[in-house]
Design a protein around this ligand. Structure first.
Ligand SMILES: C[S@@+](CC[C@H](N)C(=O)[O-])C[C@H]1O[C@@H](n2cnc3c(N)ncnc32)[C@H](O)[C@@H]1O
Length: 206
């Protein structure tokens, strides 16, 4: 891995450890709430295995998960579109992307996920698809997000959803989401115990 990217990932991992230790009082809106390192490695490996190039992320925070994706696609001229509503986190993410040297292929969309997804759906041209998506924002609207995302994913594309198992406060929303996925014959899906529980969903047909 390029040293420039590794340095930023390691700095964010230290911040995440401090955040989880609860030794400091960090305001809720400033918390990174990042995926685990193991989940980052999983995303990175799936991107490489599937030769994905076009990535969509819902819930960027300060860009930790985005960086794991960027590292996997930088050598194949990939592109990332990522969505975040919090301007202070966007500012931090931009600094992280610049320090890692990957800012030129990451497009940040500031706003609410629902609005951005509807806008992306309307702009979609024939053949204009994402081949990898990470869903990691609010959980109440997760079924609606998925239904807006699914038509924009190429056949063979992968959708990863974080927090299927933890924290427990999301269990009910995630159970509804999981039941929703199981009713769709156009996909294959599995809940894995990696990190906070990662759902790996593959689109089989349009
Ligand atoms: C769990 S954090 C994302 C962590 C990030 N994926 C990572 O691993 O580094 C969720 C983020 O989604 C953002 N968010 C929550 N609801 C949102 C919404 N409706 N629209 C856009 N962003 C949202 C929050 O501000 C927060 O930064």
């Amino acid at each position: 891995m390029m040293k420039q990217i590794r340095d930023v990932l390691e700095k964010l991992e230290e911040q995440s450890t401090l955040e989880k230790s609860k030794k400091f009082n960090i305001a809720p809106e400033d918390r990174m709430l990042a995926i685990t390192k193991e989940t980052g490695e999983l995303l990175n490996m799936i991107l490489r295995l599937t030769n994905a190039k076009r990535v969509l992320e819902i819930g960027m925070s300060v860009g930790y998960s985005t960086l794991w994706c960027a590292e996997a696609i930088r050598d194949v001229s990939g592109q990332i579109v990522t969505v975040e509503k919090n301007p202070a986190k966007i500012k931090r993410a931009k600094e992280n992307f610049q320090n890692a040297g990957v800012d030129d292929f990451i497009k940040i969309k500031q706003g609410f996920a629902m609005d951005v997804l509807k806008e992306l759906n309307m702009q979609k041209q024939h053949g204009d698809f994402f081949d990898f998506v990470l869903i990691d924002a609010d959980k109440e609207n997760i079924v609606e997000y998925f239904d807006l995302i699914f038509p924009m994913v190429s056949v063979g594309g992968v959708i990863i959803t974080d927090n299927m198992l933890y924290p427990e406060k999301y269990r009910q929303d995630m159970k509804l989401f999981s039941d929703h996925l199981k009713q769709n014959p156009k996909l294959r899906t599995i809940t894995t115990p990696v990190g906070n529980g990662e759902e790996i969903t593959m689109k089989l047909a349009s």
